[in-house]
Design a protein around this ligand. Structure first.
Ligand code: SAM
Length: 282
């Protein structure tokens, strides 16, 4: 696979003007990524990730893609629709702990009406999404801690890996390690939710410093709300990390060291507890 020159996703998103691509992802987002907030409003929750994935397919033409964290499918369907737009014979494997047939609270906009219903991803995909796109997607149900070692043992390699499952420190360290080990030569990785201001963002922030050692090119760029609006912290929007040029010589994941990350993650989680902070508000 040919490696393109620097894609520069940050500048690309900041000056984004591509009405066809904007509309393609918007329509998918309304069906697979809308978020219902506590105040009853609906928000396009970082639909920009779909634009970045679409752009990656255009630039890199990946044939094999692994997504960690299917969610309701925006990432996977954005990849499949981009592959159709750019004539790429793509296969997407996507992993989630929630089975696609399990009913969940599902926010969606259909024919201009926004609603929250109880439905499974399978039901929504069958009713509202193109079966030709769904045919490109293979779902795997289970924790990444179970599925990734199986895929690695089977010798699977991927041209593009999108990491967007658990965001706690252990999950990010675990998923990034297996993903890097399964990256095909010349492959690229994308991590969602670089979010230093938010509790869940700490895993990605810490692992980022290791990624700078392990990859030749690392680009951190803001995404949330830049094109579709709706950022939670507009002054410091959530972002993504793009990685290419793996420096790994030894692809073995040292599983024993993951125990350290499990303990460190549990301790860090406790740092958010108000009762453990040295100051009180009252
Ligand atoms: C942010 S959503 C994924 C969104 C999706 N990538 C997209 O672009 O629309 C995160 C998903 O990861 C799943 N998840 C969280 N921790 C996981 C784990 N350890 N193993 C597998 N899936 C996990 C959750 O069930 C959730 O559906």
């Amino acid at each position: 696979m040919e490696t393109p020159a620097s894609p520069g996703f940050g500048p690309w998103l900041k000056t984004f003007h591509d009405p066809a691509r904007r509309e393609r992802i918007w329509q998918l987002g309304l069906l697979t990524g809308l978020r219902a907030e506590a105040d009853g409003k609906f928000r396009p929750a970082n639909f920009e990730r779909g634009l970045v994935l679409d752009r990656l397919v255009e630039l890199r033409q990946p044939r094999t893609v692994l997504e960690l964290g299917t969610g309701r499918g925006l990432g996977a369907f954005a990849l499949a629709s981009a592959a159709r737009a750019y004539g790429v014979d793509i296969r997407i494997d996507t992993v989630d702990l929630t089975p696609p047939a399990q009913p969940i609270d599902y926010a969606i906009e259909v024919n201009g009406a926004q609603k929250q219903l109880r439905a499974s991803c399978e039901e929504i995909w069958k009713a509202h999404l193109d079966p030709a796109l769904a045919a490109r997607i293979t779902t795997h149900t289970g924790f990444t801690t179970a599925i990734l070692p199986q895929l690695a043992k089977a010798g699977r390699q991927f041209d593009l890996i999108f990491i967007d499952a658990g965001h706690d420190l252990f999950s990010v360290a675990h998923d990034v390690s297996y993903a890097a080990a399964m990256l095909a030569p010349g492959g690229a990785m994308l991590l969602d939710d670089f979010a230093p201001l938010e509790d869940f963002g700490i895993g990605t922030c810490i692992v980022h410093s290791h990624l700078r050692r392990l990859f030749e090119k690392v680009e951190v760029f803001p995404t949330e709300g830049l094109v579709y609006g709706g950022a939670v912290f507009p002054e410091a929007p959530r972002g993504m990390i793009f990685l290419e040029g793996s420096r790994l010589r030894d692809r073995r994941v040292r599983r024993g060291r993951l125990a350290f990350w499990k303990i460190a993650g549990a301790v860090l989680d406790r740092c958010h507890a108000p009762s453990l902070f040295p100051l009180r508000a009252d």
